[in-house]
Structures are given as C-alpha cells and as structure tokens.
Design a protein around this ligand. Structure first.
Ligand code: ADP
Ligand code: ZN
Ligand code: ZN
Length: 722
C-alpha cells in the first residue's frame, strides 16, 4: 500500500497535488517538502496526509522534507485552511503567505545567528599598560549579566577589532546565542486603574473560562491600552504568547513604547517594514513557542503561534484590518476565529465599534463592556456644527474656525485640522470652458499637487507636470478647485507665520522616520497646527491638542455605499477624539453644509452607541450585512463588454441558488489603469450557504476558458462595495 500526501503549492489555482511518500519519510501536515514539479524541484507544503488519490494514476514521489517538524503548526494550518475556504482564495497561496519570504523560497528555517560575547576572565594582567580601550571593554563586559551581541557592543563605543583582540588573549568568548529570555519584571509599574476602568476591567472574562469575545467600547481617551496591559499582566501566564493587533504601527509608535514600558513579557513587533531576515527571525521565535507578546498589523493574525493565550484587537473597526487585494481576509475576523480554536479570550476595543461587532454584542455573542469616561481629569470634547453655506472660506476654513485656531494658539495650545484629501486641490478646472483635467487611464480627475507642481492620479501611477493654462482652450483662468491638505497648510502658514504648521498625509510621511519627527514636534507641547488626512484620526495621544477642526464633513452623507455613513461617523468621532485628552478641555468644530442632517446632529451629542444602533437597524431594514452575508465577484479586462459578459455567465451559474444577485454593473470607477471593471453583488441569508455557492462557482469559473485578458476575484465580506 503506497502512502500518499496532498501538497499545496504557491500557485493561484484551487487545487492540491497528490504525491507518494517515500518509505524513509514520515510526513505530517504543515511540513515543507521538496517535490518534483514539471522539470523543476518545487517547494510545497503538506496539506493532507493519508490522502486517497484517484486510482490508476502513478504518482511522483516527494523528494525530501526541509524540516522534520511542520513549519505551519496544526492550529495555524487549521486557521489557514478555514480562511482559504471562507475567503475563496487558493489554499497554497494562503499557506505560503503565512510563511516569511525565505521559507517560501526554500531557504532553511534557521534564525540568523548573531555572535554574542561574554567575559571569561576578568583580568587585566595580560594587557599592556596602554591598552586603555581594551580595559574599558573588559570593565563594560563585566557589568553585563548576559552575553551581548556584537552590535550592542559596538553601539557602546567599542570595535570588533578590540573584541577579537580580547578573544585571542582568551579573555572573552563568543557564542551563537544569548541566554534564553528570562521572564522579567516590567520596567515600570502600571498606572492604577481609575474607578471606571476597574469597573470595565472586572467585567472581562478570565481565560480560565476558555473562549470569550468581549467588545470593549471605550470612548476616545478612556485608557483602553491601560486595560489591555492590566489584563495581560493579571492573566497571561509566563509561558504563554499574546497577540495584539493594531491598525498601523508606524503611525502610532506610542502604543509599542507603552507596551515595552509596562509589560513584563518580551515585546516583538510585526509589520510590513521588517526586512526578510527580521521577518524570519521573529516568525521562528513565535513558531518555537517563545513566550512573546506580538504587536502587529493585520498579517500578525497569521503567525504560527503555539501557545497563544490572549488576543487583543485595538481599534477593531479600522478598515485596514481587511486586506484589499489577493487573499482578502479580515485580520480581526481571523483573530476571533483563532481565539475560538485556542479556547482563549479575545478583546476587541474601539471608541467606534464596527456595526458587525456591535451587532454581535447586542445579540449576545460578544460581551459588551462600556467605558464612558476619559482617563485622568480629561473630559470628552464638545462638538459644534458650523454651517458653511454662504460663508466665505479661506483654504477651506470659515472665519469662526480660523478665529478658533488663533485663540487656541494664543493660549499656548495645539490645533488639529482634518482634511479628507491629500494634495492641493482635488481638481484643476478652466473657468472659461469648464474643462477639468482627467486621468487618461482612469475615469477620475487628476489631483493638483502644488509642492512639486504635478497633477496626479490617486488611482493609478499616472502623473504630469501642472500647466498654467487650460490644455483645452489655453485660457489662463485655469484654477484649482476644492480642498486638499496642501492648500489648507498654505493658508494656515500665511495666517500663523510664527507657528509650526505640520502636514500629515501619505505624501509628507513617505520618508522613513518622518512620522517620528512629526510626533517629536507635537510632543514638545509647544503651540503648533497639525493639518492632515485620516492618518491623524488613528489612535494618537496628543495631550496638548485642544482644538480639532473638520474642514468638510459632508463627503459620506449621501453616498450610495451602504457602509459610508458608518465610516463617516467613525472618522469624525475618531478625529474629534484627538481633542482635549490632557488636562485642558477640548473643542471640535465640524464644518458642514448640512448642519440640520439628523446624523450630524446626533454626532454633535458625542454619543456613538445610539447612532450606531440606529445604523444597525437601517442595515436590517435594507437586508445588508451583518443581517445577510455578502460577497462581490469583480472582473476587469480591456473592454467593459468582456467584463460584463463574464459576470453574466457567472450569474447564470448561480441561478439555481437561493441568493440575491445584483448586477452585473460597472464599478463606480469603471475604468482604472485602463482596465474596465464591473461587479456582481451577491447576498444570502446564510453564511454557509453563500460559502458553498461561492466554492462551486469558483471551481466552475476556474475550469472555464476565459480570455487571458480577463481577471476576476471574489471578495467575501467586502468593505468597498463600489
Ligand atoms: P484610548 O486608547 O482609550 O483612546 P489611551 O489608552 O490612549 O486611550 O489613554 C489616554 C491617556 O490617558 C493616555 O495618555 C494614558 O496614558 C492615560 N491614562 C489612561 N489610563 C490611565 C490611568 N489609569 N492613570 C493615569 N493615566 C491614564
Ligand atoms: Zn478652458
Ligand atoms: Zn489614473
């Protein structure tokens, strides 16, 4: 009887490959293997053992295993297998995505060994009298309690040559490894929880109860991070691992430093700017079961934990938890699934919970814990709507808003101005012929960036030099229209020439370290104005910001996207939440042309839950998620006909199923980078029924012959529905 296994490869096909296992090997699922594939040797991952291959086929044989242990441990493998099926993504690609690049490429699973040095003999006897630096190095090493890396030693001001010289004299020795990390005491004692925090904390279930999901609704500045830290300190046993998901690490280095300051466990970070060897090293530490606390972005939900004890998802409503391309998973939702697999607690925290999580809490699946007081002496900010209909604007700001900025700066405080567009102006328009400059490759207009005198498309790579005259009629009445961050920055710089005006958007933070230097300026506490996009809404803690201006709140009020109202309210409350987090009271001014809009009026009360509950009801009435499961099948190709035609055929395949299928319709931006995009929206009362329908649809579509011009994908639980 031959034994066979099914192997997953890093290929965009919904298919596993059967291989025979040689006598000499005993394979387990999750192991990396070398297999003959075509004329090459490929790296694969064992997806199933003891498979039953179709009879009558001669199978090729697995050549060898990379390791005798599974690179993907059982729990991680179950998670990925579930996710591949749930999100309709090829299993092989999911498994490979969960490994660091060196392992995908068939490199060895070895930690980059770094040389560590320690003193063996604390003697100066063999040293010449004038070897001052060598003596200093011996002194320094004698104060170290564990072997130290070369880099730590050179950072302390010594050289490699000095180390080698001591090694040659037999005074120091080199080892490959530092001592295993010892459970240490936190460097600083955690602040005591306030009364309200304690009350919330006490409602969090103990890990002894196994799986539990808690939605911590804590208003901005209520000190959710302190609660997470206390929870880990009280409940996480020393040998266990913890996962803390955050939307973006680079934007909020404060969170990591707060964990480092107060946590007794080893903090490691996981995000997109790690290089391959850092990735491999961290990944292996987690795989080897080191008791670390991982603070990471979305993809940290896929790490190979072996002793996961607690999961925390901060700012759980944040859209960056959903991957927008390829394997379109939600890191938050995988984290919840993972907590269930591990029978451990998960805490989802937010001041503006997603309607999905709120619905889960209201229906009893999650425990809802409320924290409605700010920490310390801080009070929630007051929110004022400023109607700007028929008011002259300067750089998008009405006179009362500008005056508020002036007053704020004069009393020695900081202000934050939120603009939802980067660039100078969203469009250049000719006031003689009405021409607006569009992207030649997309159905969008070009944004004017004055800093580098360019007009850029925000949907593809296209850009061109800005012109002074209308390209159509050569008129000079060719002007920027609308607001972007650069334009508002300009006006503020003119108005307040002696105060730093700091712009924070994708353009101004591209350089590494720029966000750090921005935070440094803000943290001096000196008066300054921050002007920026969504980036400013993300979890920052600026104690001296007392005024927040929202330049225009109206973007999402009348959108066709059913998620737009939720996103608008969340963004507005999150930006507002940056005001008045310290001792001084905060004020928010929201400029709008619809100051009587019921949603904005409710927002001005500052209470999220009633508004959110109302939006949940609207979702129920409309039959939208979370009341029905949703997926979008998108197609794009060189012509709109081909895209629509493909989707028509897909719709036909779904005909017999109890589904609600809308479309095919062209996407809101129908042409992007010269691809014509269309979509089919699919709704179903049951998640599992939708899943089965999509699985057979994908199998069928994959085996169909389509023009190789055409690309398609399925997006399950989509965030963007246009
Ligand atoms: P959130 O994430 O809920 O918006 P943070 O966790 O950033 O709020 O906390 C807001 C501020 O309050 C931080 O500066 C934090 O250090 C401070 N803080 C929170 N809890 C306490 C506490 N119990 N004692 C003192 N300061 C606290
Ligand atoms: Zn013109
Ligand atoms: Zn474009």
């Amino acid at each position: 009887m031959t034994r066979s296994v099914r192997i997953a490869l890093a290929r965009p096909v919904r298919k596993l490959f059967d291989y025979q296992t040689p006598e000499s090997l005993s394979l387990t699922a999750g192991q990396r293997v070398r297999i003959p594939f075509g004329r090459q040797i490929a790296t694969g991952v064992v997806a199933e053992v003891d498979a039953h291959p179709p009879p009558g086929i001669t199978l090729k044989t697995v050549q060898s295993a990379y390791e005798h242990w599974p690179a993907l441990p059982p729990e991680t493998l179950s998670l990925l297998t579930w996710a591949a099926n749930y999100y309709q993504h090829p299993l092989g690609e999911c498994l490979f995505m969960a490994m660091p690049p060196p392992l995908r490429k068939g490199r060895p699973a070895e930690r980059a060994t770094k040389t560590h040095w320690q003193l063996i003999e604390n003697t100066l006897a063999n040293l010449p009298a004038n070897a001052v630096r060598l003596k200093a190095l011996i002194d320094w090493l004698s104060t170290q309690t564990t072997p130290r890396e070369t880099s730590a030693i050179t950072q302390a001001g010594f050289t490699r040559a000095q180390l080698t010289s001591l090694a040659n004299k037999g005074l120091v020795s080199a080892t490959d490894q530092a001592m295993p990390p010892q459970p240490s005491e936190a460097p600083f004692a955690l602040p005591t929880l306030s009364g309200a925090q304690t009350e919330a904390f006490d409602q969090l279930p103990s890990p002894e109860l196994g799986f539990s999901a808690s939605l911590l609704y804590g208003i901005t500045g209520s000190g959710k991070t302190e609660i997470y830290l206390h929870y880990l300190q009280k409940y996480l046993p020393h040998h266990q691992q913890a996962l803390v998901l955050v939307p973006e690490i680079n934007l909020t280095p404060q969170t990591v430093s707060r964990f480092r300051r107060y946590s007794g466990s080893d903090i490691v970070v996981w995000h997109s700017s790690l290089n391959d060897s850092e990735r491999l090293d961290t990944w292996l530490r987690i795989r080897e079961g080191e008791p670390v606390t991982v603070i990471g972005t979305r993809s940290a939900a896929l790490l190979p934990f072996t002793h996961l004890g607690t999961i925390i998802v901060d700012e759980e409503h944040d859209s960056s938890y959903k991957q927008g391309e390829g394997f379109r998973y939600s890191g938050r939702d995988l984290a919840v699934y993972r907590a269930r697999l591990n029978q451990c607690p998960i805490i989802l925290g937010s001041a503006t919970p997603s309607l999905e999580s709120l619905h889960n809490a209201r229906s009893g699946k999650y425990r809802l814990i409320k924290l409605e007081e700010r920490a310390g002496n801080a009070q929630p900010p007051t929110i004022k709507l400023l109607d700007i209909r028929s008011r002259p604007l300067e750089g998008g700001l009405a006179a009362p808003a500008l005056k508020a900025v002036r007053d704020c700066l004069e009393s020695g405080q900081q202000a934050l101005v939120f603009v939802n567009r980067r660039g100078f102006a969203p469009v250049m328009m000719c006031f003689d012929c009405g021409h607006m400059v569009e992207c030649p490759r997309c159905d969008t207009r070009l944004t004017y960036h004055r800093k580098d005198r360019a007009m850029r498309c925000h949907h593809c790579e296209f850009q061109m030099a800005a012109t002074e005259q209308c390209p159509q009629c050569q008129s000079h009445a060719f002007k920027p229209v609308g607001q972007g961050t650069e334009r508002t920055e300009d006006i503020l710089t003119q108005q307040f020439p002696d105060t730093p005006v700091i712009r924070v958007d994708r353009d101004s933070t591209q350089r590494k370290g720029s966000i750090q230097s921005i935070l440094k300026t803000v943290n001096t506490g000196q008066p300054c104005v921050l002007v920026g996009t969504q980036m400013l809404a993300k979890g920052h803690d600026f104690p001296n910001v007392t005024l927040v201006i929202v330049v225009n709140a109206d973007g999402g009020l009348f959108s066709v996207d059913f998620r737009a109202p939720e996103q608008l309210i969340q963004t507005l409350l999150q930006v507002s939440g940056r005001a008045g987090r310290g001792e001084l009271a905060g004020q928010v001014i929201v400029q709008t042309c619809h100051s009587d809009h019921p949603m904005l009026r409710q927002l001005a009360d500052g209470h999220y839950l009633p508004l959110a509950d109302h939006m949940v009801e609207e979702r129920a009435t409309g039959g939208f998620p979370p009341f029905r499961a949703m997926a979008i099948l998108r197609a794009d190709s060189s012509t709109m006909e081909a895209s629509i035609d493909f989707l028509d055929r897909a719709k036909e395949l779904l005909k017999a199923q109890p589904l609600d299928v809308w479309g095919p319709l062209p996407a809101v931006i129908a042409r992007r980078a010269d691809r014509h995009r269309a979509q089919l929206t699919i709704l179903c009362d049951s998640k599992s029924r939708l899943n089965r329908a999509l699985s057979s649809l994908c199998q069928a579509l994959e085996s169909q012959k389509t023009s190789n011009q055409l690309r398609w994908h399925v997006d399950v639980d989509p965030l963007e529905t246009g």
